[in-house]
Design a protein around this ligand. Structure first.
Ligand code: SF4
Length: 346
């Protein structure tokens, strides 16, 4: 469901100046040719087929696509939380110039605790049910800032207040089951911020919430970028979230990025037939027209279609699409697309 007040990309509040500021600032993350496989006893399945992605300080990059496109695997690989059967089999994840894939478990834990944080779709499930919010926050602050006692409590209240939780002193004493979904997500964001990270990965941060709370969480993430220059990767299937929050977006399909561009261009100069399908399928708050859907299903990665993986669902597929894999190529100054026919279809 789109967020209220989000009608079309060109109406969103991204200023070109803001976008350029983000681009001109320091690059904090560069993912190069990241390849992930699922290793089963009798087979190996490629789930990320060598993706490239970069994020600058203060920039919010969205990753959008249907379930099974590889969005979450990308984030988990970046932050070192990919679990078996997932195995990173190639590429680099350069964070401030250091390849995170070269780090040992302890070093990666330190990066994850202090410099990169992640929030998930279901905040209540991510919080430990037997600890109060205050206990968890104070523990994080002790580990990462050395704060204890009254100083830790004071900082915890400050963090809860920063994420817009009313009456933070009361929230400190609450357990996850005593929080609404929106409160739990704010508490998760406060936890993620406790170590003052440089990069926040947000995996469907507003999906489980009702529309009004979704909008508030999006506003909060937007404010964090502004106030803290916090770089973010936001994973979502909701193009309303992308339109409202992100500077740039990568569209994923079957373990590859098929289109990447500044948000305005994705909406206004859409190149890839899959992206066009996603846009046509988005719920319209205006209520205009029937809801369209992309025919067919995301492919089972054990039987990834040859050539362009989207070809079984694409109305524009021709012979070459069934045999040759399109590469992600520049189609404009900052616009990339992986489609054999993007020029004809433009
Ligand atoms: Fe469609 Fe062919 Fe483009 Fe793939 S390469 S999106 S099948 S036109």
């Amino acid at each position: 469901m789109d967020l209220p007040g989000i009608a079309a990309s060109s109406e969103k509040a991204h200023s070109p100046q803001g976008l350029e500021q983000a681009r001109e600032s320091e690059e904090i993350l560069r993912v190069e040719e990241l390849r992930v496989e699922f290793h089963f006893p009798d087979s190996k399945v490629v789930v990320l087929a060598g993706i490239d992605l970069d994020v600058s300080m203060g920039e919010i990059v969205g990753i959008v696509g249907e379930s099974g496109s590889g969005k979450s695997v990308t984030a988990l690989s970046i932050i070192g939380l990919l679990r078996p059967p997932g195995v990173v089999t190639g590429g680099r994840v350069l964070f401030c110039g250091e390849n995170l894939l070269d780090l040992g478990a302890d070093e990666m834990r330190a990066v994850r605790g202090e410099r990169i944080s992640m929030i998930f779709q279901n905040p209540r499930a991510s919080l430990n049910p037997v600890f109060s919010v205050g206990k968890v926050l104070r523990e994080v602050l002790r580990l990462h800032s050395g704060l204890r006692g009254a100083a830790a409590r004071s900082r915890a209240i400050e963090l809860l207040s920063d994420v817009g939780l009313p009456d933070p002193e009361t929230v400190l004493a609450r357990y996850p089951h005593q929080l609404s979904g929106g409160m739990a997500q704010r508490a998760m964001i406060a936890l993620a911020l406790a170590s003052s990270p440089q990069l926040l990965l947000a995996d469907e941060p507003s999906t489980a919430l009702d529309v009004t709370i979704q909008y508030q969480i999006i506003q909060l993430l937007s404010r964090l970028r502004k106030d803290r220059n916090l770089a973010q990767i936001v994973i979502t299937h909701n193009l309303g979230v992308i339109a409202e929050l992100c500077d740039r977006v990568a569209v994923m399909y079957a373990g590859t990025i098929v289109e990447e561009a500044p948000v305005g261009q994705i909406f206004d100069e859409t190149r890839h037939p899959y992206t066009k399908g996603l846009l046509a399928a988005r719920a319209r708050t205006e209520g205009a027209g029937e809801l369209e859907s992309i025919p067919g299903q995301v492919p089972d990665m054990r039987n990834r279609p040859a050539g362009c993986a989207f070809h079984p669902r694409c109305a524009f597929a021709t012979g070459i699409c069934r045999t040759a894999t399109p590469i992600l190529e520049m189609s404009g100054a900052r616009h990339k697309v992986a489609c054999h026919r993007w020029k004809e279809l433009a």
